[in-house]
Design a protein around this ligand. Structure first.
Ligand SMILES: O=P(O)(O)OC[C@H]1O[C@H](OP(=O)(O)OP(=O)(O)O)[C@H](O)[C@@H]1O
Ligand SMILES: [Mg+2]
Length: 167
């Protein structure tokens, strides 16, 4: 069992909530790129960053989008973060003018790794836990470290028993 567990609280995020929060992230980033306020491209950290990246790209009219694949968790257990697939080096350069987007920052290990590779990129997440906050330049909603965020792509609607059972 990892030292990260147990998470005392669960924060369940619906598709609608991710959509609203990702839009809010886009609006916060608008006009803040390094060259005349413009962002030249988005790099989504797969897989969780792809949904917010799509929404931000649509809001800010960014058409150049690539991915970096970083794997650091198996279910709720964390292991060493590894880059499994890197973005096009010609496009990303040292990261200037590029928005790197993820769904959340938790320990900050994933972003730390990507930051080392692209120190001049701007790092943005929708949600952030306190340990990871130093690694993120812009985020929308903070949650406590002992909260596990449940995303809609990991969930399904399920029957639950009524609070007061019948005889
Ligand atoms: O700040 P950290 O402690 O590094 O954790 C945050 C990362 O962990 C999750 O990804 P995960 O590695 O589980 O892969 P996934 O996006 O494919 O689900 C999440 O989507 C972030 O990318
Ligand atoms: Mg991820």
């Amino acid at each position: 069992m990892s030292e990260r567990l147990p998470h005392e609280k669960g924060f369940h995020v619906s598709w609608d909530q991710v959509h609203r929060d990702s839009r809010a992230l886009a609006w916060r980033l608008d006009g803040r790129g390094p060259d005349n306020g413009e962002w030249k491209a988005i790099v989504a950290i797969t897989r969780g960053g792809m949904a917010p990246a799509m929404i931000v790209a649509r809001e800010l009219d960014i058409r150049v989008i690539d991915t970096i694949s970083v794997k650091s968790y198996s279910h709720q257990d964390q292991s060493e973060a590894k880059v499994l697939k890197a973005p096009d080096p010609e496009m990303i350069g040292d990261g200037r003018g590029v928005l790197v987007i993820d769904d959340l920052v938790d320990s900050g290990k994933t972003l730390e790794l990507v930051r080392e590779l692209y120190p001049n990129a701007h790092f943005a997440t929708v949600y952030a836990k306190p340990k990871g906050e130093p690694q993120v330049d812009t985020f929308i909603t903070g949650v406590s470290q002992d909260t596990w965020i449940f995303f809609p792509w990991d969930m399904a609607l399920q029957y639950v028993e009524p609070y007061r059972g019948s005889d």
